[in-house]
Design a protein around this ligand. Structure first.
Ligand code: PEP
Ligand code: MN
Length: 338
C-alpha cells in the first residue's frame, strides 16, 4: 500500500501515518520528495487492511494499493525518475552514460590501454570483470583481487569511475572498496541472499536482468536492493532467452519503455552480451538509445582476437570510435547527449 501525503503535510502528520502503519505490523519506507512525501507499507497483510485506515488521517492525500509485487522500485512510490550520482557522473539524467571496457581484466596493460581509449572517445565509466561468472568451471575465472587493484589504478590515474561484478557475498566488501558501481550479473539477479547484503551498502548497484526473468521479476529483485535503504540502483537489460537462435540472446527493447513507465529507476542496455557477436552490437546500441535507455554497457578490447573472454562480441577501438560517432546524433534526436 502507498500513502501519498498532501503537499505541505507536516512532519507530525507523516509520523502519525508511520506510527499507525507500525501498529498494524507494517514496515515503512519514506520517499521524502521536494513537493510531497510518499509512505510505502512493506510486509504485513495489505490485503486485509482497509485503505480508509490511512485515508482518514490528517495530511493524507491519497492511498492506493500496489497491485504489482514491487513497491520501492515503482513509480507510485517515487513518481519522479531517479537520477543516480556515481562519483560525479549522473545516470538517468540528460547525459547518456556509456560504460565501456573489456569483458575481463586480463593485465594492467590491456585494461589501461582500453580505459584510456574509451575515455578519450567519450565513455563515462570503465568496465572490467574481476570475478567472472563462467558457465564452465574450467573457463578463465578472472584475475580477481589483482584485477580489482588494476581497476582502482585506472580510477585514480584517469579519474574515471569503474564498474565490476560481484559474484558472492564474501567479496562484497573488497569489490565495494575498489569499484564505483557494483554489478550484479544476469545469473545472480535472483540471488536474494546476495541482494540483501548489497542492500545494506550505500554504493551504486547495477542490476542486470536475468535472461529468463520477466520485467516484473526484475523490478521485484530491485526491491531487494532498495529494501534496506540503498537508493542507488541502476537496471540493465542484456537480452533474454527466446526461441530465436540466430543471436545469443534477444534484446527486449520494449523493456526500456515498460521500465520507464512503471519504475523510477534508470535503465541501461548491454548490447554485447545480448549480441554475442560484434557485428550486431552497433544496431542494438543505437536502438537502445533511440528507445530511451539511459546508457550502454559495451565490451571493448584492444585486440579481440586475443581476448580471454568474449572476444567475438567485443568491439575493437576503431569500431567503438565509429559507434560513438553514430550514437551522438541519435542521442541528440531524443533530446540527450553523450
Ligand atoms: C558481464 O557483463 O560481464 C556479464 C557476465 O554479463 P551477464 O551477467 O549479462 O551475462
Ligand atoms: Mn563478457
Amino acid at each position: 500500500m502507498i500513502v501519498e501525503m498532501s503537499k505541505g503535510a507536516t512532519k507530525e502528520q507523516v509520523n502519525h501515518v508511520v506510527d499507525r502503519a507500525h501498529s498494524l505490523g507494517f514496515e515503512v519506507q519514506l520517499n521524502i520528495g521536494t513537493e510531497k512525501t510518499v509512505v510505502a507499507m512493506l510486509g504485513g497483510d495489505t490485503g486485509k487492511t482497509e485503505t480508509d485506515v490511512f485515508a482518514v488521517l490528517p495530511g493524507v492525500e491519497s492511498v492506493s494499493r500496489v497491485m504489482k509485487p514491487y513497491k520501492l522500485a515503482s513509480r507510485e512510490f517515487h513518481p519522479r525518475a531517479s537520477k543516480i550520482n556515481v562519483s560525479g557522473v549522473e545516470i538517468g539524467g540528460q547525459r547518456v552514460v556509456i560504460m565501456a571496457g573489456p569483458c575481463a581484466v586480463e593485465s594492467e596493460k590491456q585494461l589501461m590501454e582500453t580505459a584510456k581509449a574509451v575515455k578519450e572517445l567519450g565513455a563515462a565509466v570503465v568496465r572490467g570483470g574481476a570475478f567472472k561468472p563462467r558457465t564452465s568451471p574450467f573457463s578463465f575465472q578472472g584475475l580477481e583481487h589483482d584485477a580489482l587493484r588494476m581497476l582502482a589504478k585506472v580510477k585514480s590515474d584517469l579519474g574515471i569511475p569503474v564498474i565490476t561484478e560481484v559474484v558472492d557475498i564474501q567479496n562484497i566488501g573488497i569489490v565495494a572498496e575498489h569499484a564505483d558501481i557494483i554489478q550484479v550479473g544476469a545469473r545472480n539477479m535472483q540471488n536474494f541472499a546476495l541482494l540483501k547484503e548489497l542492500s545494506k551498502l550505500r554504493h551504486p548497484i547495477l542490476l542486470k536482468r536475468g535472461f529468463s526473468a520477466t520485467v516484473t521479476e526484475w523490478l521485484t529483485a530491485a526491491d531487494y536492493l532498495l529494501a534496506q535503504g540503498n537508493r542507488r540502483v541502476i537496471l540493465c537489460e542484456r537480452g533474454i532467452r527466446s526461441f530465436e537462435d540466430s543471436i545469443r540472446f534477444s534484446v527486449d527493447i520494449s523493456s526500456i519503455a515498460v521500465v520507464k513507465r512503471f519504475s523510477h529507476l534508470p535503465v541501461i542496455v548491454d548490447p554485447s552480451h545480448a549480441a554475442g557477436h560484434f557485428a550486431y552490437v552497433p544496431s542494438i546500441a543505437k536502438a537502445a538509445i533511440a528507445a530511451g535507455a539511459d546508457g550502454l554497457l559495451i565490451e571493448v578490447h584492444p585486440n579481440p582476437e586475443e581476448a580471454l573472454v568474449d572476444g567475438l562480441q567485443s568491439l575493437n577501438i576503431p569500431n567503438f570510435e565509429r559507434l560513438m560517432a553514430e550514437l551522438r546524433p541519435i542521442a541528440e534526436a531524443v533530446g540527450r547527449h553523450i
